[in-house]
Each structure stands twice: as structure tokens, then as C-alpha cells.
Design a protein. Structure first.
Length: 250
């Protein structure tokens, strides 16, 4: 059962089914990154092993192995008995170490390919939203388009960005696009949203452009603004990638 303290969009992206490999390390990576980057709040309960297995499309023994790895990394704690289960343990650095470790594992070419894919999905979602969204969709997009300021908690900024893009995909009224958005958020979204350069006003202004185009029924404008938004986020995280690989501080 979903934790009601979590935003639905972020929760759905974290627990979207895995691709075919479905290995224990893939489960541990998905959950571990969600925990270290703040998408799953400290102390929040994880779904049961059987529920996680169903969500990820893997065997229960695979989930059990993944949870064991997360316990070794001190990212979850497990209580037995009544009221027990596995609970999130947020790292003290607020996810900075996870970001740098993830960037060290990704080559610039792979990161660029992921950004191109994400830009294509976001652009199509924005275009279709401009053709299909109703007044309620536009209202929700405007509400979600407000980004937490740069001085605010990083996790709040990540969630607001992720939920905006999920709502944009949902407004396109395409189940496939929404599933693809969820899958991409779990793979690359957190990296694209981490740079301080895209926090606050810069991202909020792009959101406003996208929503204005959707409200005006302007598919070309919505597409262009969505593409520009993702490419700007990629440019910001590319700088962080270079700093990580050269050993400089962000």
C-alpha cells in the first residue's frame, strides 16, 4: 500500500516495473537511489517483499537479496514482529554522495543519449497535452509548475520537478507515454534535476512557458519549451559530470 506522505507521481516512478533483467542489484539500485536522493522520506515504510516483487516483476527471493544489500549499506532498517517491516534510513549527506557515485558510473555519451530520449518523451507529452488537456489538467500543471527555491530542500525540488513532468505526460492522455515517463524518471530523471543551476526561477519559468502553450492549445510551442527545458537541465548536469570526473567540487 502506498505511503500517503509521498507524492503519487514520485512513488509511481520509484516502484515502476523493472526491465527484463530484473536482478537483485537492479532492485537495490532503484531503491537505493530513491532513498539517497530523498524521493523516499526518512522513516517511511517500504512495501512488503511480496508487494515489491509484484511491482518490480521479479521473484520474492530477488527482492530479499536486494533488501539485504540495502541493509548492509545502512539505507534501510528492518523490524520484525507486529508493526515491523523495512524502513528508509536517509543518508546524512542528503544524497550528494549518491549523485557523485552515479555520475562516476555514467559516461558522457550515455548521459547525452538518456537526455535526448527524455527530451523526446517530454516534447511529445507536451505536444499532445496542448491538443488534449482540459481545464483541470492545466490547473494541476500550474500548481505543480511552482518549483521550490534554490535555498529549499533538494528533495522538495526533485519531487516538484518529477511530479510536473508526470502530470504533463498524464495530460497527454497516453498511458504508454506516462509509463515511459515513469521509467525514464527512475533511470535519469533524478540526475537531470539535481543541479542547483536548474533550481528555482529558471525551471519555474520554463514550466510556465510549457503550461501557457498547453493552455493556449499551441502544440509546437509546448514541444519547443519542453525540449529546451530538458536540454537546459542536461547542460547543467553535464557540468557536474565534468567536475566529478576531474575530481573538483561542485
Amino acid at each position: 500500500m502506498a505511503d500517503s506522505s509521498l507524492a503519487l507521481g514520485a512513488y509511481a516512478a520509484v516502484f515502476a516495473p523493472l526491465e527484463a533483467q530484473g536482478r537483485a542489484e537492479a532492485v537495490a539500485r532503484r531503491l537505493g537511489e530513491a532513498i539517497t536522493l530523498g524521493l523516499l522520506p526518512d522513516g517511511s515504510p517500504l512495501p512488503s517483499e511480496s508487494d515489491l516483487a509484484d511491482r518490480f516483476g521479479v521473484a520474492t527471493v530477488t527482492v530479499r537479496e536486494a533488501l539485504g544489500a540495502l541493509r548492509e549499506d545502512n539505507l534501510i532498517r528492518t523490524r520484525r514482529g507486529r508493526g515491523g517491516g523495512s524502513f528508509v534510513c536517509t543518508p546524512a549527506d542528503g544524497g550528494e554522495g549518491a549523485l557523485r557515485a552515479r555520475l562516476r558510473r555514467i559516461g558522457l555519451g550515455e548521459l547525452r543519449d538518456l537526455a535526448d530520449h527524455y527530451a523526446a518523451i517530454s516534447a511529445m507529452a507536451a505536444e499532445l497535452s496542448a491538443l488534449r488537456a482540459d481545464d483541470d489538467d492545466v490547473r494541476r500543471l500550474r500548481e505543480l509548475g511552482v518549483v521550490a527555491p534554490a535555498a529549499g530542500a533538494r528533495s522538495a525540488r526533485w519531487r516538484s520537478e518529477g511530479n510536473f513532468h508526470l502530470e504533463l505526460a498524464a495530460s497527454a492522455q497516453s498511458a504508454r507515454l506516462t509509463r515511459e515517463e515513469m521509467a525514464l524518471q527512475s533511470e535519469v530523471g533524478m540526475l537531470l534535476w539535481l543541479s542547483p543551476a536548474q533550481a528555482g526561477e529558471a525551471a519555474a519559468d520554463r514550466h510556465t512557458e510549457i503550461v501557457d502553450a498547453v493552455a493556449a492549445g499551441d502544440p509546437d510551442g509546448a514541444r519547443r519549451s519542453a525540449e529546451a527545458h530538458v536540454q537546459e537541465m542536461f547542460a547543467a548536469v553535464r557540468l557536474l559530470h565534468r567536475q566529478v570526473w576531474t575530481g573538483r567540487s561542485a
